[in-house]
Ligand binder design. Structure first.
Ligand SMILES: *[C@@H]1O[C@H](CO)[C@@H](O)[C@H](O)[C@H]1NC(C)=O
Ligand SMILES: *[C@@H]1O[C@H](CO)[C@@H](O)[C@H](O)[C@H]1NC(C)=O
Length: 775
């Protein structure tokens, strides 16, 4: 999202107005915006205010009362008030990517709400592979959001999560996403959205989430190409089996109340003006029950920067007709009336857009009178930053930490042997770095240094003044510290000065002289050396993998407000790490071969392809990698060998299409066809641990798609020496299907091979008139 200039101007005008009026009373109790106050005799009797009338009737009634000018001023994020109908102005733009955030103008911290629980950045939470954790975080975030709305300092429409596929390791916003795999990202999207939106009765929403940025957006600024001008050339196959998968899951399973279209073009069309993407796909096929919003200023950008239309009125008409309901930015408020006057757009089109936004506001209860009298009306300041919420932030950080390397069991450290720890590195004592971007104001922080100090005496040296690490003047002092200590922990990595919105990386190595610092300190250390990497995107740490003096490597992502506690708990073994990498860690020379602008997922001549599904070259660490302080083994307990897929229409297929192309998913009756895989997981070691089962599938030999694709995952806690049976459900149509060149999803018949660790199992799929599922 980009900042809107007009907001700043508005604030300035407001400030001037306040100064001019001589008003100094700034501590006016803020109130949540709502309509239909029963104390207001003027509006009490309006039909759209009647709670016993169905929402769609109330929406139509309200729209029928608005003038064209009013309607147009409700098409933008800064929606105007309509005093004659008792409707207050509303700022639609709030954010809650991993905690209530003040990135959007709809949310402000201060007063009774000085901060909110700041969970780990999404890439870290994704590494937990724990769906109930994602949902629980959503529930807690929406409690805090509702509390802040009730206090008049936040909205109810949150433009989170970001579920774009983390396609290129350089992407500055990769940290915001759940990683590179479409199934993982889809499950994250659905779980987090369900947590945020609540399971309200009927159609009710606790808050309205938004999956963004639709679609194929994952470049910010690389080699002179920025997101405002980028035309993503995407094949139908990649769109259907990669880029759109998390959005579909977000809409269909998560039942999200909003989707945001992106800045970029897809195959020559701005996504916000593409009826095929918005009207046909999101609303038509996936049946979005909610509104479509533009990324901020993107309607303006498609006119001003991309010169996609000849006039601003055409831009307004094209986007609304394509299915856009709300503009983040002022553009539609300025040019929609002209579009109607020029006959480019009908009032019915505007009414349809408003019906989508106002329905969401009504589902949120914003037209039900005083929020304090409603469901969630009891939530207030004492429900924000509670002990339980902050504990969940700590648990999330613990669950997301990934143990990449543990040479000779260097970890865990022991309080009995490691009395003094040298804590070194530019990220060793950081606070806001730990919460990444799209964050808010945290309740408080525990830095890595503070966390480690709970276990051992510490000697602290930053080694570099910041992550850019442009000089080696402080290296000597760091070496001295390492020489004096029983163990050395180096906390290195990146921060928002290196990877961020507007900022893609150019390479994958640690910045500046960081490698040199690590190597020199490792050489000087008396005790074990642990490298902790705090960063969102992957870094090429081949040098450290090869250095026998570096005992262990941890990736902690951006671990949130409690990051330091979680890191120390893992270092000293009170937490046994169980996180797995949600993306491939490529070597530095990979990026030399791959322009960021190439959207192709599959390899082609001279192009290695992307992500573990298609790229088969060398990696620093693979997708799904993550060690534990114990070892787990798998045994297959129960799984079908043969599954029959019922045809919806026998005439729809012939033997030849079956053999060469597979069954079209739309020609089968397999909506509920699930394979149950039962796996026994044994903890072979002497410490308890949490294991993530990752189930991959390889379709039958042929010209099919990925050679290996994640089809399910399940997380399980197993006590030392004991055994747990885990059941994983694999949805045949969704997960054993592949997408052909035309973007059509098909189920190949024949032997599908499932892999769990080194365990393999074959399942034969055959087409039948009747379902006979033998699991
Ligand atoms: C497929 O071919 C086999 C033999 O070649 C035949 O027995 C079977 O009936 C055919 N199935 C369909 C659905 O046409
Ligand atoms: C998943 O997360 C929830 C919430 O933190 C936690 O209670 C549960 O134990 C986690 N599951 C596993 C297997 O660790």
């Amino acid at each position: 999202m980009a900042t809107i200039k007009s907001n700043k101007i508005f604030l300035l005008v407001l400030l001037l107005a306040v100064l001019a009026s001589g008003s100094i009373v700034l501590s006016v109790q803020a109130r949540a915006p709502f309509a239909c106050d029963p104390r207001n005799g003027l509006t009490r009797s309006l039909r759209f205010c009647k709670l016993n009338v169905p929402i769609h009737v109330r929406v139509r009634d309200l729209i029928g009362r608005l003038t064209l000018q009013e309607k147009i001023r409700l098409l933008v994020n800064k929606a105007i008030d309509v005093p004659r109908l008792g409707i207050q102005g509303y700022e639609w733009w709030s954010e809650a990517l991993h905690g209530v955030s003040n990135v959007g103008p709809g949310t402000k911290f201060g007063g009774a709400f000085p901060g909110a629980t700041s969970f780990p950045q999404v890439i870290t939470t994704a590494a937990s592979f724990n769906q109930s954790l994602w949902k629980e975080i959503g529930r807690v975030v929406s409690d805090e959001a509702r509390a802040m709305y009730n206090g008049g300092v936040a909205g109810l429409t949150y433009w989170s999560p970001n579920v774009n596929i983390f396609r290129d390791p350089r992407w500055g916003r990769g940290q915001e996403t759940p990683g590179e795999d479409p199934v993982l990202a889809g499950k994250y999207a659905a779980s987090y959205v369900q947590g945020l939106q609540g399971n309200g009765a009927g159609n009710r929403l606790k808050v309205a989430a938004c999956c963004k940025h639709f679609t194929a957006y994952d470049i910010d600024n690389w080699n002179g190409v920025d997101r405002f001008h980028f035309n993503a050339r995407v094949s139908k196959q990649d769109l259907a089996d990669t880029y759109n998968v998390p959005f579909k899951s977000c809409v269909v399973e998560g039942k999200v109340a909003s989707v945001m279209c992106s800045y970029n073009q897809v195959n020559g069309k701005p996504t916000c003006a593409d009826p095929d993407l918005l009207r046909n796909t999101v609303r038509g096929q996936w049946r979005l029950n909610g509104y479509i919003v533009s990324d901020c200023d993107s309607v303006g950008i498609l006119y001003d920067e991309q010169h996609y239309t000849r006039t601003p009125e055409e831009a307004a008409a094209d986007t609304i007709k394509a299915g856009l309901d709300l503009d983040c930015g002022p553009f539609l408020a300025l040019h929609t009336e002209g579009a109607v006057r020029n006959g480019l757009l009908s009032i019915v089109d505007i009414d349809n857009a408003l019906a989508n936004t106002i329905t969401v506001q009504m589902r949120l209860g914003m037209f039900d009178g005083e929020p304090l009298n409603q469901l969630y009306g009891n939530l207030g300041p004492r429900h924000v930053c509670t002990g339980a919420h902050q504990e969940l932030a700590l648990q999330a950080a613990r669950q997301g930490i990934v143990l990449l390397e543990n040479r000779g069991r260097s970890l865990p450290l022991s309080t009995a042997r490691h009395h003094t720890v040298a804590v070194i590195g530019p990220n060793s004592d950081v606070t806001v770095t730990m919460i990444g971007n799209y964050a808010g104001v945290a309740c408080g922080y525990t830095t890595p240094l503070q966390g480690i100090a709970r276990y051992a005496r510490t000697i602290h040296q930053t080694g570099c003044t910041d992550v850019a690490c442009s000089g080696n003047q402080l290296f000597g002092a760091a070496e001295v510290a390492a020489r004096q200590a029983d163990a050395t922990v180096l906390v290195m990595g990146l921060d928002q000065s290196i990877e961020a919105e507007f900022r893609d990386r150019t390479g994958l190595l640690l910045p500046g002289h960081q490698q040199e610092l690590v190597s020199r300190v490792a050489r000087a250390s008396r005790g074990p050396v642990i490298l902790v990497l705090m960063c969102g995107g992957p870094v090429d740490v081949s040098f450290a993998k090869k250095d026998p003096r570096i005992g262990a490597i941890l990736w902690v992502g951006y671990p949130g407000q409690a990051g330091g506690t979680a890191i120390a708990d893992v270092l000293f073994g009170t937490t046994n790490p169980g996180g797995k990498l949600p993306n491939t860690w490529y070597p530095q020379d990979y990026v030399a071969k791959v322009p960021m602008t190439n959207m192709g997922m599959r390899p082609s001549r001279g192009y290695p392809g992307r992500t573990y599904r298609f790229y088969k070259g060398p990696v620093v660490y693979p997708f799904g990698h993550g060690l534990s302080y114990t070892t787990f083994t798998h045994k297959l307990a129960k799984a079908p060998n043969k599954v029959s897929v019922q045809l919806a229409n026998l005439n729809a297929f012939t033997n030849s299409t079956l053999l060469t192309k597979g069954l079209r998913v739309s020609h089968t009756k397999c909506d509920a066809l699930t394979i149950g895989l039962h796996v026994d997981v044994k903890n072979e070691g002497n410490v308890d641990g949490t294991h993530t089962l990752l189930i991959f599938s390889t379709p039958p030999a042929g010209k099919w798609t990925a050679t290996k694709q994640l089809v399910g995952f399940e997380k399980v806690h197993v006590l030392a020496g004991s055994n747990q049976r885990v059941k994983v459900g694999i949805h045949v149509c969704k997960h054993l299907s592949v997408v052909d060149h035309f973007g059509i999803r098909r189920i190949p018949m024949g032997e599908h091979e499932l892999h769990v660790g080194d365990l393999k199992h074959s399942i034969s799929l055959e087409a039948l008139e009747e379902v006979s599922l033998n699991n």
